[in-house]
Design a protein. Sequence first.
Length: 185
Amino acid sequence: MSFGIIFLAELGDKSQLVAMAFAARYRALPVLIGLTAATAVVHLISVFLGAGLGAAIPTRWVTLLAGLAFLGFAAWTWRGDDLDEGDIDRLDRSAKSAVLAASIAFFLAELGDKTMLATVTLATREGLFGTWAGSTLGMVAADALAIVVGMQLGKRLPERVIRIGAGALFALFGLLLAIQALVYG
């Protein structure tokens, strides 16, 4: 049950767009590893919160902090990174930076998100392990679809367009999260 609910909730979600943005810039496997690790951790936290606290979790401050972090990611993305040829060669050979960047971005994207809240809610009524495994696999499956789309965009669009688009998405989601936290609490 949790696989299906989270898979459907994730379709069109901001973390799918984050997956596309990362897949347009990095190889798919490091992005998938990063998002899987972050998803597993967030959903583990979610099931324990759901089991311990029920559905009454104040997400206002978590949502606001995630929104501010996304605005920071937008500024960083727009600024760009100055890489020389040696840096580019090391980045191409090593997936560590992509895994770490994807893990952090996905972790922040999911804090206070509807899939996190859905996982918390499911955990109040269902078994912890089944809820965690199903919600994690459902989200990874939905985001893997986004990675495939992002890889295709990365082959067809110039780096500058990808950087501007990714920065705009980070800014949009940062503003939406901050507004959600401030207005709707």
